[in-house]
Design a protein around this ligand. Structure first.
Ligand code: 1GP
Length: 236
């Protein structure tokens, strides 16, 4: 745990290729560089516009900020990104999202130049049904059940996953509580990513203080991009 505490904290800006037009994306990239964003996460539940390749190409051509794919499904892959969060939805009991899609994608991913980051993905109830809980056909972990979250994250660690991502879902009414973050963070040795419904720099700071290693924000910065610099600063 001591080693974990010394690790650098970071901020990831989530980009949903369905939402941003090229002009807005250019402005977002400029702002992200200026603010000192550590990572771009790229992904969405559906990818309606088939814009993933275009978005990744633009990010890679304009910045050195690493681009991590955060795919709604393993059909959402671009080899031009830097890394892939290979998500196993360990809070749910949908075998397709625990192992099924991974089997289908394995031979393809093995040939890919992407760095593969095996990630235990845990949905935590954020106060309203989210796209991801609907599409994944799974129940999130109740927001006040720290014991279930701890055991789920621990199981992910024992299975050899390399990261744990706790997500209240995009646009969640209630972001994950500090109590929940602290409980899980202090029970595992893996880096902990936290996202979903974070709207203020204060909440970013609270998450870091509670033990998150990487904080992810999407929606709030689509609506209020001027908050980006203070949110990033709250991580460092
Ligand atoms: C969702 O954790 C991400 O998967 C980010 O959520 O869009 O609510 O910031 P928001």
């Amino acid at each position: 745990m001591a080693a974990k505490a010394q690790k650098q904290k970071g901020f990831a800006l989530l980009i949903d290729p369905d939402k941003l037009k090229t002009k807005e994306l250019n402005e977002t990239i400029e702002r992200a560089v200026w603010a000192g964003v550590d990572y771009f996460f790229v992904g969405g539940s559906l990818l309606l516009n088939d814009a993933l390749e275009e978005v990744v190409a633009l990010l890679k051509s304009q910045t050195d900020i690493p681009v991590f794919l955060f795919p709604g499904s393993l059909r959402q892959i671009s080899h031009n990104a830097d890394a892939l969060l290979l998500l196993s939805l360990i809070s749910g009991r949908n075998p397709d999202l625990l192992i099924g899609q991974h089997v289908e994608a394995a031979a393809y991913l093995r040939k890919s130049p992407l760095e593969i980051l095996p990630t235990g993905y845990m949905l935590i109830d954020g106060g309203k049904p989210t796209s991801v809980s609907y599409i994944s056909n799974t129940q999130p972990i109740p927001a006040n059940k720290e014991d279930i979250a701890i055991c789920t994250a621990l199981a992910g660690q024992l299975l050899g996953l390399k990261l744990i991502y706790m997500d209240a879902g995009s646009g969640a009414l209630q972001p994950i509580s500090s109590q929940m973050i602290e409980a899980v963070s202090s029970a595992i040795e893996l880096p902990l990513i936290v996202g979903g419904g974070i709207r203020t720099a204060e909440k970013v700071a609270q998450n870091i203080h509670a033990g998150a290693d990487l904080v992810v924000v999407g929606n709030a910065l689509e609506k209020a991009p001027q908050l980006m610099a203070e949110m990033v600063a709250a991580c460092h």
